[in-house]
Design a protein around this ligand. Sequence first.
Ligand SMILES: Cc1cc2nc3c(=O)[nH]c(=O)nc-3n(C[C@H](O)[C@H](O)[C@H](O)COP(=O)(O)OP(=O)(O)OC[C@H]3O[C@@H](n4cnc5c(N)ncnc54)[C@H](O)[C@@H]3O)c2cc1C
Length: 311
Amino acid sequence: MSETLIVAEHLRGAMRDVTGELVTAARLLGNPVAVAVIARDPSRLEVTYEGVDEIVGVPVEQAEFENDVYQHALEALIAERQPEVVLLGFTVNSMGYGPAVAAKLDLGFASDVHGLALDGEAVIATRSFYGGKVDAELEFPEGRPVLLLIRPTAFAPAPSGGSPSTSAFSVEVPSSRARHVDFREAAVGDVDITTADFLLSIGRGVGEQDAIPQFERLAEKLGAVLSVSRPLVDAGWMPNARQVGQSGKTVKPKVYLALGISGAVQHLAGMKTSGTIIAVNTDPEAAIFNVAHYGAVADLFDVADELEKLS
Ligand SMILES: Cc1cc2nc3c(=O)[nH]c(=O)nc-3n(C[C@H](O)[C@H](O)[C@H](O)COP(=O)(O)OP(=O)(O)OC[C@H]3O[C@@H](n4cnc5c(N)ncnc54)[C@H](O)[C@@H]3O)c2cc1C
């Protein structure tokens, strides 16, 4: 059957956003879309996205993600269903087994894909190279399936709805070499900037470490979470968990307020799909203005002072 097969990603009984984004990506390819749910009880996980034709429940013993289980299950699914394209999220989970499946089965493969199109019947995937400075369109060898890891937030999540058929697929999985034991809560003081609706993000334009407490207070006043560009993490001024960008976190808040951030490609890679981007920079040529919905050529400290007064 010529189909696009998605492997759903879930955590602690809830579907992760990336699964809906994979559905949007899959729909661009025109083939029927099947979503495999590998879980202890697949029926308990809601897959309610428009555009899904079939949900394939794959019951396994393990309650949470384990590399070997997913690898084995996906290999069996590919052998049985012969999909044309397999889509996984470019996430820590999928990186643990997707490339292994592609190498073992000699599939076409690309990671960190952020664009997808068809040229005739051929799949064209877009990904970046050279630290995000160049985008390349990739073609794949004919006659064999393609497995792609799709960058989270690159596609909008599919709207909810749909009335897919359901089926079950049983697979014997060997015992895992690496087992999921428990979840560890983030260390006290860490934040998850990926779930914030409003990020106040500061860059090297703040000048010195002593300026940071002012923005911590401002973020709190505005009901925002403080995030940063990489130089502030490299300098040891802020923890890693706050970094936005290619080597930090990919974020998609409703509002991204960037103060003193130039807009290097590696930074934009992590935030350019935010709902509303507001940039403040003294340099009118700063690249951040290319993605900003609103911009002010102004001193960030003046803007911060005005915001203080408002809040
Ligand atoms: C492999 C690789 C991965 C990377 N990953 C990341 C990443 O994940 N995240 C990331 O952010 N970077 C990343 N980088 C670094 C990236 O290339 C940039 O160096 C970095 O994003 C620049 O940060 P910045 O905009 O804060 O600093 P700068 O580029 O120095 O920009 C500072 C800006 O502040 C403005 N400014 C100065 N003073 C004021 C003022 N008073 N008021 C208003 N504006 C002012 C300036 O005009 C300037 O535009 C990566 C680089 C590489 C090579």
